[in-house]
Design a protein around this ligand. Structure first.
Ligand SMILES: [Fe+2]
Ligand SMILES: [Fe+2]
Length: 270
């Protein structure tokens, strides 16, 4: 039987300025005793606030924490499914990644497998946008490569890093054209910055070029709605190509453990 929420504490009134800014969504009212009947404020991270009106409300959110019934979010956000003590890649996929990027990754890996590609390419496809799925979108190839570097073959991490730049540059000899989705996303007149141009040129001369190029070729946005792909369909590939740390991702003391912890507790104030 579902547990009834216990007596609801009537919170003090939220300042009108925060309500008008839509920031009441960043404050969780207490739901039940499990949340110790205190409100939890989520301070949006700087990377999400800079350049948006939300930054002007940082002070008002900080002021909210002065109330006795209010604290900043630290630890498990009751809105999110609780992660196991020793989280695996699968847990991040199922409990943290949003349905759209999750399906994008799974479908890309599925297409790579159907195309009979090497398992390293399938693994790279399965991981190539995990930064978008769980951490940050800007520079996602680089964040994604760092996230997985301690756990995958160097070639897989390299392919993930470089796919970001290679995505902008067609290579018809390899069967890759500029993505139609990018015309929608960035407009037909978008020109990638010089550093990405240089990155793509260097990548093209690298011995692992085709591994990364194949990630971009299998990086598809048109999904077959009739096909659902399960993370467990790739259990064998993940088992062979992802060195899951025994302590769990986020707790193995690796140089990237903090990045996984950020995905476990993405709303922590600090
Ligand atoms: Fe990508
Ligand atoms: Fe992608």
């Amino acid at each position: 039987m579902a547990q009834e929420p216990s007596t609801r504490v009537l919170p003090h009134e939220l300042p009108a300025s925060l309500r008008e800014a839509g920031l009441d969504h960043w404050i969780r009212e207490p739901l039940d005793d499990a949340v110790d009947r205190r409100r939890r404020i989520i301070m949006p991270p700087a990377a999400a606030m800079i350049g948006t009106p939300a930054r002007d409300y940082q002070g008002a959110l900080l002021a909210e924490a002065k109330h006795d019934d209010t604290v900043f979010m630290m630890g498990d956000n009751p809105e999110l499914p609780k992660m196991p003590e020793r989280p695996t890649l699968r847990d991040f996929y199922l409990l943290r990644f949003g349905p759209i990027p999750r399906m994008h990754l799974l479908q890309s890996a599925r297409v790579a497998r159907e195309n009979g590609l090497d398992e390293k390419v399938i693994m790279a496809c399965l991981l190539h946008d995990i930064a978008i799925a769980g951490l940050l979108s800007a520079n996602h190839g680089y964040w994604g490569a760092q996230l997985v570097a301690p756990y995958v073959d160097e070639e897989v991490a390299w392919a993930i890093e470089k796919h970001e730049a290679l995505r902008y540059f067609p290579d018809e000899s390899a069967g890759y054209i500029y993505p139609a989705a990018y015309i929608d996303y960035f407009g037909p007149d978008y020109s990638p910055p010089e550093y990405l141009r240089r990155e793509a040129e260097t990548a093209r001369r690298h011995r692992w070029y085709m591994t990364s190029r194949l990630v971009t070729i299998n990086d598809i946005y048109s999904f077959d709605p009739g096909v659902t792909v399960d993370f467990d369909d790739f259990e064998d590939v993940v088992g062979r190509h992802f060195r899951q740390p025994a302590e769990g991702l986020g707790f193995d003391g690796s140089p990237v453990a903090h990045m996984w912890r950020t995905m476990i507790w993405p709303n922590n104030f600090l």
